[in-house]
Design a protein around this ligand. Structure first.
Ligand SMILES: [Fe+2]
Ligand SMILES: [Fe+2]
Length: 271
C-alpha cells in the first residue's frame, strides 16, 4: 500500500497548497491512502467544516487534528458525522469525535488510521501508549487489516521516538506532527515500522512555524504580547511523508520525505 501523509496545514497558503498538491501527488506516487493534518488550517487555529470538505474533495481519505482541534467550535457538531476526521484517541471518554478510523480502499484492502497526542510539554491527556495498545488489541496487522498508521501529535522528539519503538512491528507507519519542521530521520525501524519524527508543515517557511515572523519575534524577544498572531502568507512548501508497505505483513518497505514548492529543498520520491 502506498501512503501519503501531509503535515500540519497552516492557514490559507498551506490549505490551498495541500489541496492543489493532493491530486497531483496521488497520481504521481500512485497513492492508495492519503492523510493530512489540518489542525492549523483556519488562520493557524483549528479547522472549519467547509475547509474539511474541500480537503476531503481534493483527495484526503483521513484528516487528523491535534491540540488545536476545537479552536473552531463549528467543528464539534461536524466531527460527529465525519468518521474520517480524527481527534486524538487519548482524550478523556466522552470527548466528541473519534481517535481512529477504518478506511476501506476501493480494492477491498483495509487501513486503520489513528492519532494520539503526546504529554511532554503538552496538555496532560490520558496515556497515549496505553490508548494505542488497547486499540491494537483488536487488530492484527497483515491479517484483518493491511496497514495501520498512527499520527503522534507531540512536541518532544523523544516521546515520538519512544512511541515508534514501543509499537515497532505492530504499526505500519508512525509519523509525528505538531512541531511543523520536517525531520531528516525517516527510517524503517528494525521491526518494520516506518517512522519520521515530524512530517513538517504545509505552510510558508519564511515564518516562525508558519506564523508571521514579526509577531512571533515580539513575543520571544520583547516579551510583549504584540498583535494577534496570524499565518505567514508566502508560498507554502508542501511537506509530507511517503511510505510503501507490504500488504501481506503490513510492514513498511520504504519511507521517504516529500517536500514540494516554497523555500525548502525539494524532494519527491521516485517510484
Ligand atoms: Fe500544528
Ligand atoms: Fe499542534
Amino acid at each position: 500500500m502506498r501512503i501519503l501523509f501531509l503535515g500540519d496545514l497552516v492557514g490559507r497558503t498551506g490549505r490551498e497548497a495541500a489541496a492543489a498538491a493532493l491530486p497531483r501527488l496521488r497520481e504521481a506516487l500512485r497513492i492508495d491512502l492519503a492523510i493530512v493534518n489540518a489542525e492549523n488550517a483556519s488562520h493557524g487555529f483549528g479547522l472549519a467544516p467547509d475547509m474539511a470538505n474541500t480537503l476531503f474533495a481534493a483527495g484526503a481519505d483521513v484528516i487528523t487534528l491535534g491540540n488545536h482541534a476545537w479552536d473552531r467550535k463549528e467543528i464539534i457538531p461536524y466531527i460527529a458525522d465525519k468518521p474520517r476526521l480524527l481527534r486524538a484517541l487519548n482524550y478523556p471518554p466522552g470527548t466528541p469525535g473519534q481517535g481512529a478510523a477504518m478506511v476501506e480502499l476501493q480494492d477491498g484492502r483495509r487501513a486503520l488510521v489513528m492519532q494520539v497526542m503526546g504529554r511532554l510539554f503538552m496538555d496532560p491527556l490520558d496515556c497515549p501508549f496505553r490508548a494505542t495498545a488497547d486499540l491494537l488489541a483488536n487488530y492484527r496487522l497483515g491479517g484483518t487489516v493491511q496497514a495501520i498508521v498512527s499520527d503522534i501529535h507531540a512536541e518532544a522528539t523523544s516521546e515520538k521516538m519512544a512511541y515508534a519503538h514501543i509499537f515497532d512491528g505492530q504499526l505500519s507507519f508512525v509519523v509525528g506532527t505538531h512541531t511543523h519542521c520536517p525531520t531528516a530521520d525517516a527510517q524503517v525501524l528494525p521491526g518494520g515500522t516506518a517512522f519520521q519524527s515530524d512530517a513538517g508543515m504545509c505552510g510558508d517557511f519564511n515564518s516562525v512555524i508558519g506564523m508571521s515572523k514579526d509577531g512571533a519575534a515580539l513575543r520571544f524577544w520583547r516579551k510583549m504580547p504584540g498583535e494577534k498572531l496570524g499565518p505567514a502568507e508566502g508560498e507554502a512548501t508542501v511537506c509530507g511523508v511517503f511510505v510503501e508497505t507490504d500488504d501481506a505483513t503490513g510492514l513498511a518497505r520504504r519511507i521517504e520525505p516529500v517536500r514540494q514548492g516554497g523555500r525548502l529543498s525539494q524532494h519527491l520520491p521516485v517510484l
